[in-house]
Design a binder for this molecule. Structure first.
Ligand code: C5P
Length: 242
């Protein structure tokens, strides 16, 4: 499968057309960014770790009945994926209060959230990803109420599957962000990636962070070891390609 034309270059991934109009190649680069891309570093092999972790997670989700855009991993840092028209909403699920939630609301860091919080942010760097609600989403013409309900339900299903997957390897899924798109038949399908870039993952025993929060806090030298730890725990030895 060959890359043809670059169609989108994001902060950490580039998307290319292929010989098949219904498929794209997503290249995971070694860039790491924080603060709307204000801070940027290159981390050796980070793209490959994220692509393999994400592919593994997408495969597990598919096995559990959640449709994803994943098709194949032709190279460690390249995902062959179903082409989607992405919906500019970041759906965030929170199982434990931390991050922007405790900065913006009077809730103590570490509070368990049951049921989990479902939050939707507008994916738009110019406006700094503001939080949405159903009326705003509809006023902006981003999605219909039916689609909002599907996004909510799918994100909660993903949370159930992934909380279990991570718990089995001694990791707490604190919170995470997912993005969805529409395939050529109009089905809403999970897209983008699920990796330590967009999740908060804490070791169940020590509560040490195993995700991008380390980079956000300036602990750059610890970030890749954390990503490799997640990779080693969730990718079985016979599926390891790095
Ligand atoms: O910063 P905040 O607490 O709102 O982040 C919640 C979750 O969503 C975290 O897991 C974070 O990694 C993820 N997130 C993301 N991309 C953003 C904002 C949040 O992946 N633009």
């Amino acid at each position: 499968m060959n890359k043809k034309e670059l169609i989108n270059s994001g902060k950490v991934k580039s998307v290319f057309t292929t010989d098949n109009d219904d498929e794209v190649i997503i290249e995971f680069r070694d860039d790491m960014t924080a603060g709307d891309g204000v801070r940027k570093e290159v981390m050796s092999n980070k793209g490959s770790y994220n692509a393999v972790i994400s592919s593994k997670i997408f495969k597990v989700l598919e096995e559990n009945g959640v449709q994803t855009q994943f098709l194949d991993l032709p190279k460690p840092n390249m995902m062959l994926a179903k082409k989607l028209e992405m919906i500019p909403i970041e759906v965030i699920i929170r199982n434990i209060a931390t991050g922007s939630l405790v900065r913006n609301y009077p809730i103590e860091d570490g509070t368990k959230l049951n049921p989990p919080i479902v939050q939707m942010d507008y994916k738009n760097d110019e406006y700094h990803d503001p939080m949405l609600n159903d009326s705003i989403i509809k006023a902006l013409g981003i999605a219909t109420q039916e689609e909002i309900d599907i996004l909510t339900q799918k994100a909660l299903e993903i949370n159930e599957v992934l909380s279990g997957l991570f718990a089995d390897v001694g990791i707490i899924l604190v919170d995470f962000k997912v993005e969805f798109g529409k395939d050529k038949d109009g089905n809403i399908v999970l897209g983008d990636e699920i990796s330590p870039d967009g999740c908060r993952l804490w070791d169940s025993e020590t509560l040490e962070m195993l995700d991008k929060e380390l980079f956000r806090k300036g602990k750059d030298s610890e970030v890749m070891d954390a990503y490799i730890e997640v990779y080693n725990r969730i990718v079985p030895d016979d599926e390891k390609v790095i």
